[in-house]
Design a protein around this ligand. Sequence first.
Ligand code: UGA
Length: 440
Amino acid sequence: MKVAIIGTGHVGLITGVALASLGHDVIGMDANPERVALLREGTPPFEEPRLRELLQEGMQAGRLSFTDSIKEAVGGTEVVMICVGRPPIGLGDRSLVAVESAVRDIARHAPRGVVVVVKSTVPPGTTARIEQVIRLERPDLEFSIVSSPEFLREGHAIEDTLEPDRIVAGSDSVRGIDTIRRLYAPLLDAGRRLIETDPRSAELSKLASNAFLAMKISYANALAQVAEKAGADVTEVTQIMGADARIGSSFLGAGLGYGGYCLPKDIVTLERVAERLGYDFGLLREATKINDEALESVARKVEEAVWNLEGKRVAVFGLAFKAGTDDIRGAPALGLVRRLLQEGAEVVAWDPMAGELAKAEIPELKLADDPMAAASGAHCVVICTEWPEIRGLDLDELRSQMAYPVVVDGRNVLDGGKASAAGITYHSVGRPGAPAAAAP
Ligand code: UGA
């Protein structure tokens, strides 16, 4: 099928390369000509496993191309996928301006019979609005519209797209649903699940899923506070909870809290959507508050561990909002770094992927090539991202590098017993503290 993808951000580009790998003819459109130039060279604008390979394969096979012209992308296509970004719903609400402006352009150039698929995460009712805009712009145009939200995780985006738990097709049009079925036919033939529903339920399902994941993390973080006071270990507690299939063990990791471009934004969006509809979804507000407190609590542990931050050197392990990506949008690590710098600390960070991006945001931040170099002369190490490299660190060497042997583990990745055995004063989240062997 001929598919035009509008917006080559995380969702758009991944969907485009994935559909090309399934044999479709895909054209990716982006308003940013620099991004288009990069993509035409076969260079992905962000890191994601297998992205480069599939991008280049698709282009070499002649099934994948890029343009900055909506007219070129949309003219003659069978399917248009709207994948433009959206900031959180605000009060004066300009958050859907990019979506509306893309839709007007699409309507102007779309051919008869086109199927418009909304992939951007949007509040319920947006697909209906988009349909209205197209009808007003082109009363003569025959078209169908589907809401098909994307559930891909950064760092696993290709895998999540080609091996999804579910594909959602929300439409009142049989042709719309049939188009999704044809687009993803190889995945459905391989046993992947298609859930057919109405557009509003599809739209709400995406916000509901992300908000629920965020809530689960905040539950674990609130529990961590209780565990610390009760002398329990939150990782033991969540392991026992997770063994119950009704609860499940994923997304119960206590720590610095959730970050990224999606969870923080979508939980706030769902709360505001509910508010506008006349429902006070206080549960979500509380989850956001707990998330803010999770960062605050780790910051306090660093302060308590080193006393005055002024003139102290703090090593930060991990800057990306999670392991496996260079994405620093909404990264809790950056919030913590800013806070430490404000208090007068010198901050030296190590991250295998996100260092330069973080430094561009926070120029005072110093970067080190490896964890030991960052820890050298540090009064405290604070672990902010669960990079697998950290688990394998030689703790004796780490201790010998540091001015004060204090580690605040904001992701609960180290073994507290081993850290203490190496002479490190170890603080984590919701786990019993190590004996204060070497407090300053
Ligand atoms: C999230 C969802 O997981 C995807 O399903 C969704 O498609 C995507 O948003 C989106 O809307 O585009 P992503 O932003 O890639 O994916 O990140 P997650 O893997 O969900 O992690 C979010 C944050 O939660 C990270 O900062 C991570 O460190 C944190 N986290 C995760 C915890 O603090 N504890 C956990 O147990 C799990």
